[in-house]
Write a protein that binds this ligand. Sequence first.
Ligand code: SF4
Length: 178
Amino acid sequence: MDDDTHKPKIAISGCIIGQQVRYDGALKHFADIHQFLLQHAELIPVCPEVEIGLSVPRPAVQLTGSPQRPAMTGRDNPALDISPQMYAFCKHKPLLLSGICGYVFKSKSPSCGIRNIPVFDHGEIISTNNRGLFAQAMFDHYPELPIIDETLLTTDPQRHQFLQQVLNYCHNRPTTSA
Ligand code: SF4
């Protein structure tokens, strides 16, 4: 068994490492990325939607309303509004992740996506530049933290470059507990 004691901690969207947490109940395991990261880091899986109490499977959600402070509502049922739970999670969860040195988010998610997440208003896309709500919260709390998504970890050079950023962050930041 690997000794993770001296490895940097990296948070990661749980679905990337094969946890069955996606809204549709499907598995999307990125095995290559998972194996690479396991060799070099202690992984801390996070699924915002499951951690606020949603089930698997569950109704798909999307960002709606104002791009400045989007709501999170049901894709097929606009009356389903989980914004209060998700914004409460966004407030407290980052504080619990102060010991991490990097974060690998799942792309294209209204919770985890780090770029190009659409915001809808009455069925029309009014912005394509948002981040998922929890990803945005992590950028806000930890502006210097190395944050990436799985689409930018497909090659060895990309993976090693991210790992180096993680190690540099670990080395340079003030000491914290996990
Ligand atoms: S993208 Fe984020 S919210 Fe969606 S299943 Fe993966 S970890 Fe959970």
